[in-house]
Design a protein around this ligand. Structure first.
Ligand code: DAK
Length: 267
């Protein structure tokens, strides 16, 4: 493993950044607070994500937590004293939680243990969620007389449908990994001791594909969330047409016809 040059690597850093081949690995690191997501952590995470997104040597990013907890949500101790005007003026959530939406490379979440509240929403905002058998997903904000505020009420219905999303949001119900898999909240479930290896292997395979093609696919799939079918299909068609301007696509097709491995140059 290689240290990512831009990341603070001391054990006090709320996010640890390393590189494994062409994969950037970010580990949430507030174990005593169960990786509760405070401003310092979200600022660091945003900075690390943007650095990896800009790094040509990185093709995909894995975001993980600890073996018992991915993240127990927004930091309740930090939020307890805030008033309406505090969160409105500081643009809470939007200011530093939405950096993830700007990342164009594939981001995979590797989730073991609790992914609660903002932790569940963080996983949901990733492109692929690999869950360990121990993973537990919930948006329990209602128990605090709060509500999901980092996309839970919007991404959950899109991911698992209104009926399941309402159940989770209104009752705080916790899903096991297998339930989350059945409902379509996660991409795959693996044994706990395989979580990181499996996720890194998947990320490495993805990172070996053409970067611009990956970006176009990610942008197109995300478009499905935000447009009508007709608009989305038009967007997809234009992205496909643009592939014909890429070296990698011509090389990929030539290599297939020549029965050889393609040489990907990410252009
Ligand atoms: N924040 C701060 N500290 C937390 C925490 C959290 N979310 N979760 C756990 N901790 C701390 C505990 O206070 C405890 O600290 P010490 O007492 O040791 O100092 C330590 O982590 C260990 O926790 P427990 O002793 O509770 O550990 P257990 O194994 O017994 O229980 C648990 C684990 C994850 C089931 C439990 O800690 C728990 O229920 N935690 C809270 C989970 C939760 O409610 N999460 C949702 C947080 S609210 C908004 C936008 C977004 C949001 C809200 C508003 N707007 C735009 C307005 C999002 C809100 C949330 O995410």
């Amino acid at each position: 493993m290689q240290d990512h040059p831009d990341a603070a690597q001391d054990s006090q850093s709320p996010v640890l950044a390393t590189r494994v081949g062409r994969v950037g690995l970010l580990t949430l690191n507030r174990p005593r607070q169960l990786n509760a997501l405070n401003d310092a952590l979200m600022d660091r995470l945003g900075a690390d994500l943007l650095a990896l997104d800009a790094d040509d040597a990185v093709g995909a990013i894995v975001l993980t937590g600890g073996p018992k907890v991915f993240a127990a949500g927004a930091d309740i101790a930090a939020m307890a004293e805030w008033t309406y005007i505090d969160v409105y003026r500081s643009d809470f959530i939007t200011r530093n939680w939405e950096t993830l939406r700007r990342v164009r490379k594939p981001v995979l979440a590797a989730v073991a243990g609790y992914a609660l509240g903002g932790g569940c929403e963080l996983a949901l905002a990733c492109d692929i969620v690999v869950a360990a058998q121990s993973a537990r997903f919930a948006v329990p904000e209602i128990k605090l007389a709060m509500m999901p505020g980092a996309g839970g009420t919007q991404r959950l219905p899109r991911a698992i449908g209104k009926a399941k999303a309402m159940d989770m949001c209104l009752s705080g119900r916790m899903l096991t990994a297998d339930e989350a898999d059945r409902y379509g909240l996660v991409s795959r479930v693996v044994p706990d001791d395989m979580l990181l290896d499996e996720t890194l292997a998947l990320a490495t395979a993805i990172a070996g594909f053409s970067g611009p093609a990956l970006m176009a696919i990610k942008e197109s799939v995300n478009r499905a969330y935000e447009s009508s079918l007709a608009e989305g299909l038009l967007f997809e068609r234009r992205e496909l047409h643009a592939r014909f301007a890429s070296k990698d696509a011509h090389e990929g097709m030539d290599a297939f016809l020549g029965k050889r491995r393609p040489v990907v140059v990410h252009r």
